[in-house]
Design a protein around this ligand. Sequence first.
Ligand code: FES
Length: 155
Amino acid sequence: MEFSEETRKKFKQTLLRDPQKEAALLPTLYLAQKEFGHLSPEVIQYVAELMEIPPPRVYGVATFYTIFNKEPVGKYHIQVCNNISCSLRGAEQLVEHLKEKLKIKVGETTPDNKFSLSTVECLGFCDGSPAMQINDDYHSDLTQGKIDKILKKLK
Ligand code: FES
């Protein structure tokens, strides 16, 4: 297991930008997730060795942040905010809608590996709640109709 040449270049840029290892850990884990899809124990070990940081420290950071996937996810990872603003504006009903539409529960992936569904803490879009993130894209002011349109474009 190794970073591709392109990711290695990005990693070196990260180290130039954040010469302190601890500061470079988050962007490096992000690069690792992009490269390998999720942060398996093997990926965490690889990052720990690469950065010369104890594996338990890397594991602790990887498991603290919900942006990091510890399990494989589908092509589209749908993360619905279930924090207070979004909850007050109907996030739970939207999650139920997504569960029904995708025929999966929260924490599951569709059998074709296309969609994974998660609930997460605040995405920072409280003024546009309810909000969700799909891979690197954010969607706000959601309704069931808006979700249906978004999903249709992803199929
Ligand atoms: S509470 Fe949902 S984006 Fe902040």
